[in-house]
Design a protein around this ligand. Structure first.
Ligand SMILES: Cc1cc2nc3c(=O)[nH]c(=O)nc-3n(C[C@H](O)[C@H](O)[C@H](O)COP(=O)(O)OP(=O)(O)OC[C@H]3O[C@@H](n4cnc5c(N)ncnc54)[C@H](O)[C@@H]3O)c2cc1C
Length: 376
């Protein structure tokens, strides 16, 4: 049987894959997106996006909100687990809470790409200057957007666990309509963030429409479940969540940008999003870098005009470095949290409105100093 063909094969239909596919398709390329899961599917995530993400995705908020959750966030309560806390409010939405099962599905459908869902990419073989994928599809270019465990990333030679700076996180998302929230004191548009006492991670609690998302992520994988349990117990003891959380915590891992050792491209292949290890070092957020890397990769692909030797794809690495800074593999990175900051000082700073607003929220979480990347 003759093999099926496409101009570009994208592995992974998350935000990175669907954004890249959409851009390429708009320029007239035949794009096929593979995902091992059928959509809608869930993704372990707190699900916060910034207005910059909305802009880069050219999201029509009214259209999106039809039957989906798009929770405006206008304030943050920040502190340390068991310590003091501060609250900061804005006069407009500075972030939005989305549900990944809805968000990713919406973006993938909107991309209008051909889809092969429920089929994992198992084999990628170099043949005649192109690729043969799963023994049935030929393509000159493979874009790896398969997240932390992306098979394209593995093919390029770096195993998922080989990077020093890996975030491990667990979250649970469950239905808890406003009228069932009782005395939990959860404000619909105020996200709560509480740093671990050792400053190696933070827990969160955020309402999204009729749902609540609670989780904790750390740069240190030791005893993550214990940290999650402690955080949950603390929230419960102060009456911040219902006594019995339905649903269990699900875990995932991913790489923070400056320390990522993943090869970003090679002949006929590129990595974007978590597959490339691009999440922001201080907040651990990765949706914006996933989308921005997808936009950059799509531009480079279109400039290459059908021929994809290494040399033509190399500007991609330069674009990433310009946007996110130079990678420093093997060295101590800027780290998710400022380890250099003395703990006691940090704990006190985290209880001040000035520091939590100007530094933690505006810089680390919202990246408000960086303008949105608009599709070309
Ligand atoms: C607990 C937690 C909370 C987080 N909270 C936030 C947050 O609030 N805001 C934020 O910006 N970021 C957050 N992140 C990070 C964010 O989830 C990721 O950075 C983002 O999902 C990366 O998008 P992506 O498209 O690169 O990969 P993904 O979203 O992981 O998508 C990868 C896709 O590839 C598919 N795939 C994998 N292997 C194969 C295969 N072999 N064949 C075919 N398909 C395959 C998967 O099924 C998946 O659909 C969080 C992460 C965690 C773990």
């Amino acid at each position: 049987m003759p093999a099926e063909t496409c101009d570009v094969l994208v592995v992974g239909g998350g935000p990175a894959g669907s954004t890249c596919a959409r851009q390429l398709l708009r320029a007239g390329l035949d794009v096929l997106v593979f995902d091992k899961q059928a959509f809608p599917r869930d993704k372990v995530c707190a699900g916060w996006i910034t207005p910059a993400v909305v802009e880069s995705l050219e999201l029509d908020l009214d259209d999106y909100a039809k039957g989906r959750v798009m929770q405006p966030i206008r304030g943050f309560r920040i502190g340390t687990i068991g310590g003091a806390e501060a609250e900061t409010r804005y006069d407009k939405a500075v972030s939005f809470g989305i549900r990944r099962c809805e968000f990713d599905h919406y973006l993938l459908r909107r991309s209008a790409a051909r889809l092969a869902l429920g089929e994992a990419v198992r084999s990628i073989v170099r043949e005649d200057g192109g690729w043969l994928v799963n023994d049935r599809i030929r393509t000159p270019l493979v874009v790896g957007a398969g997240g932390h465990f992306c098979p394209v990333s593995r093919m390029l030679g770096v195993e998922p666990g080989s990077t020093p700076s890996i975030v491990v996180a667990q979250e649970t998302e469950f239905r808890l309509p406003a009228h069932e929230r009782g005395d939990c004191g959860i404000e619909q548009d105020v996200a709560q963030i509480y740093f671990c006492p050792d400053l190696k991670g933070y827990g969160w609690c955020v309402a999204k429409g009729d749902y609540l998302n609670v989780g904790l992520g750390r740069e240190d994988s030791h005893r993550l479940s214990e940290h999650v349990e402690l955080f949950r117990g603390w929230l419960r003891a102060r009456g911040g969540i219902p006594r019995d959380l339905p649903g269990r915590f699900n875990g995932h891992a991913y790489v923070l940008y400056p320390e990522s050792r993943r090869r970003l491209f090679d002949d006929g292949v590129m990595l974007i999003g978590d597959a490339a290890g691009l999440a922001y070092p201080r907040s651990g957020e990765g949706i914006r870098p996933a989308i921005e890397s997808a936009l950059m990769a799509a531009e480079i692909v279109l400039d290459a005009a059908g021929k994809y030797p290494r040399a033509k794809l190399a500007p991609y690495a330069d674009r990433l470095a310009q946007r996110f800074g130079t990678r420093i593999p093997g060295k101590e990175a800027a780290a998710w949290l400022p380890q250099s900051l003395k703990r006691s000082l940090a704990t006190r700073l985290l209880a001040t409105t000035w520091f939590t607003r100007k530094v933690v929220i505006n810089r680390w979480f919202l990246h408000s100093e960086q303008r949105a990347m608009v599709p070309g």
